[in-house]
Write a protein that binds this ligand. Sequence first.
Ligand code: SF4
Ligand code: SF4
Ligand code: SF4
Length: 350
Amino acid sequence: MKIFINGKECEARQNQTVLQAARENGVYIPSLCYHPKTGQAGKCRVCVVEIEGMRGLQTACTVPIKENMKVTTNSETVRKAQRLVVDLLLSSGKHDCLSCEQNGCCELQDAAYMLGIEHPSFTLGDCKTEVDNSSEFIYREHAKCIQCGRCISGCNNTVVNEVLDFGMRGHDTQVICDINVPMGKSSCVQCGECSQLCPTGSIIDKKTRGRGRQWQLSKVNTTCAYCGVGCQLTLHVDSAANKIVQVTGREVVPNDGMLCVKGRYAYEFPSHESRLKYPMIKKNGEHVRVSWDEALDYTANRIREIVQKDGPDVFSAFGSGRITNENNYAIQKFTRAVIGTNNVDHCART
Ligand code: SF4
Ligand code: SF4
Ligand code: SF4
């Protein structure tokens, strides 16, 4: 389907919204409440655009595209409206970016930067100052919440834990857990979906606080090592210290960004001091470090000696739900084709 954005012809797909089509065509429309996973929200009103033939400004995240639609995202009217909304959001919270963990990867900050807002223009009275530090892994600061609802949608519809909702009314509206109890005392399972979806620094991973700005961390995409689901994740690594300081889920199959509490927060083990980092062989009662060549030769020779002496059925191999299908395939192939026994089992079989 053909549409025109700021006078330029763009390709778009049936059933896309104006915002989705613009994003796919590399046109930035500031938006805060829309996320591909949580879908249309139409709450924040930041993504307003002009559409030929439609009265007033329209929210790009809710209007479906039509053939030959003409959209303007950068007129003075549009910018003025976007600026006002972002200005009001900044003014109604405590947005001290210098000390905020989200500085440099905050969608509200990106919108303010793009719209040239240097300081909030309004004084809207006292904002909420409470923080919720009760959860083991998640830190919440209500004053940075822009009430976009992405965390609520993620918790209720994506991971279906149904912990979060909006509570109170008007100026006092805020995201609450269960019947407004601290997160650490709620039914939250600490999956971290809400912190991953939050566009600001209102819900953040506690363990990551103060451990490096996002632009200082290198990103490594990998597969979670904890179970056989094979969730895709990104490690955020402090290269100087050679330490992982955060894990986020990648929005691809099989997990679509979701992770369990272990996959998201139990990431110290690769740099734990008692981790086995090199091969060792027991010599004269003591484990000593050896090269991979020596360790593999030793293991192959011992297997050969044992199988030649007592036959292949004294050998058995165990695969694991924590390794890849390819590794499990190689284990059973080696056992059957090289050793000559069907003694193969798997920890996830029952
Ligand atoms: S949430 Fe965003 S805009 Fe607010 S203080 Fe943090 S970085 Fe700045
Ligand atoms: S951590 Fe998971 S369960 Fe807890 S509030 Fe956030 S999304 Fe819901
Ligand atoms: S806590 Fe974050 S995700 Fe949730 S409503 Fe507030 S700004 Fe949006």
